[in-house]
Design a binder for this molecule. Structure first.
Ligand SMILES: *Cc1c(COP(=O)(O)O)cnc(C)c1O
Length: 405
């Protein structure tokens, strides 16, 4: 153990690197083969994009999958296909990436921010129910960090109030709720293949559904409003060219073959870290046992209490932990409703009602998570060994030992 913390010149607790993405010559060869065909576009690539869509749908246990350029567009396709109209309200959590809420604006809907549960950082079903109005049309549960939302409760609320459920599964490839893959429980499930995500081709997205009508509209929107029965220059819906490329599709096919093993490693490491960190005063891992049979730990999250670290702020603690070699981050600086987009109502051409006002929104659990409590360990770190998890815990204990002097 170092004389002093790494941030102040001591040696690091964790000296391994945690590479991401993981690939070998197979990925390079698959992309090279597409390049050599000269058929670089979609749909002139033959059927590799469809092959990946089929493989991903089968992997999830969904009937249909629509690939697209990223995990924001996939949300937008689902919102539009669900029939969102100007002024319709969509319930979203405030502790998530901006796309969960900004795509609602892009679909002319009104994001309604509902606080998260302090135990899981996922949407709090009781708060969701309390926020429903006659204008509410949909809920976007975000399976934050790869942990399943309380889907029984949310689906029950949706059924009783006739709401659509679009799962934001951008963190949740391969994770499960009561044995069922996330993304397949609601009307549609949206995934991102952006470079930080658990399944990646650098950029890319996918939306899965079991509903043939949603599938038909989403695939049309993704392909400039075309329909299979129309001609090349017949356009039926206000879509755009949001198509995935064959290079991405072959990369994703290779990466998908690695996903199960990687998910198991992250899930096992998460369970181990929970045990290790629970013994440290002032460190509380988010709780499990809310139906998530597989947690894929896109982000491993624990709550930090500065009182047990001599009042050192969460931000300073994260600097110390990162210097020790733990791949960690402090997360979002504030909840989404505090973004300039919402505070300043910079809605540009989008049709949000004049009365919408985000300056009065307060979600105390999300604010606390952002400002002082949440610490993230990133998914590539969760691909380490059990020994690495021991080292992550040792780094936290060492910081505590030094600061308490
Ligand atoms: C990454 C992410 C998205 C959007 O994905 P992109 O592919 O970057 O557009 C949506 N929701 C959440 C929760 C995300 O983390």
């Amino acid at each position: 153990m170092s004389e002093t913390l790494a941030l102040f010149g001591g040696s690091k607790t964790v000296t391994s690197e945690f590479p991401w993405p993981i690939y070998d010559e197979g990925e390079a060869e698959a992309v090279a083969q597409i390049i050599r065909t000269g058929r670089w576009g979609n749909p002139d690539c033959g059927d590799v994009v469809e092959e990946f869509e089929r493989a991903f749908a089968d992997y999830c246990g969904a009937r249909y999958a629509v690939s697209c350029v990223n995990g924001s567009v996939s949300l937008r396709l689902a919102l539009i296909a669900c029939g969102l109209k100007p002024g319709d309200e969509v319930i979203v959590p405030p502790y998530t990436f901006i796309a969960t809420a900004s795509t609602v604006v892009e679909a002319n809907g009104v994001p309604v921010f509902v606080d998260i549960d302090p135990e899981t950082y996922n949407l709090n079903p009781a708060a969701v129910e309390a926020a429903i109005t006659p204008r509410t049309k949909a809920i976007i549960p975000v399976h934050f960090g790869g942990q399943a939302c309380d889907m029984d409760a949310l689906l029950d609320i949706a059924r009783r109030h006739n709401l659509r459920v679009i799962e934001d599964a951008a963190h949740a490839h391969g994770a499960e709720y009561k044995g069922q893959k996330l993304g397949t429980l609601g009307d549609a499930g949206s995934f991102s293949f952006q470079s930080s995500k658990n399944l990646t081709s650098g950029e890319g997205g996918m939306v899965v559904t079991n509903d043939p009508e949603l599938y038909r509209i989403m695939s049309s929107l993704r392909n400039v409003g075309r329909l299979p029965e129309g001609q090349w220059y017949d356009h039926f819906y206000p879509g755009c060219n949001y198509r995935l490329t064959p290079m991405q599709a072959v990369l994703l096919l290779r990466q998908l073959s690695r996903l199960n093993e990687q998910t198991k490693t992250r899930n096992d490491n998460g369970l181990l870290l929970n045990t290790l960190l629970s013994t440290i005063d002032g460190i509380t891992p988010l709780s499990r046992g809310h139906g998530e049979t597989v947690h894929c730990y896109h982000i491993y999250i624990f709550k930090y209490q500065s009182a047990y670290f001599k009042g050192i702020s969460r931000n300073r603690f994260v600097e110390m932990l990162a210097a020790e070699g733990v791949p960690c981050f402090k997360g979002y600086p504030y909840p989404l409703y505090k973004q300039p987009l919402f505070q300043q109502k910079n809605f540009m051409c989008y049709a949000l009602p004049e009365t919408v006002d985000y300056t009065q929104v307060v979600c105390p659990v999300a604010e606390k998570a952002c400002e002082e409590e949440a610490v993230w360990i990133l998914q590539h770190g969760m691909l380490g060994t059990a020994e690495h998890m021991q080292q992550f815990a040792a780094a936290i204990r060492e910081i505590q030992r030094v600061v308490l002097g």
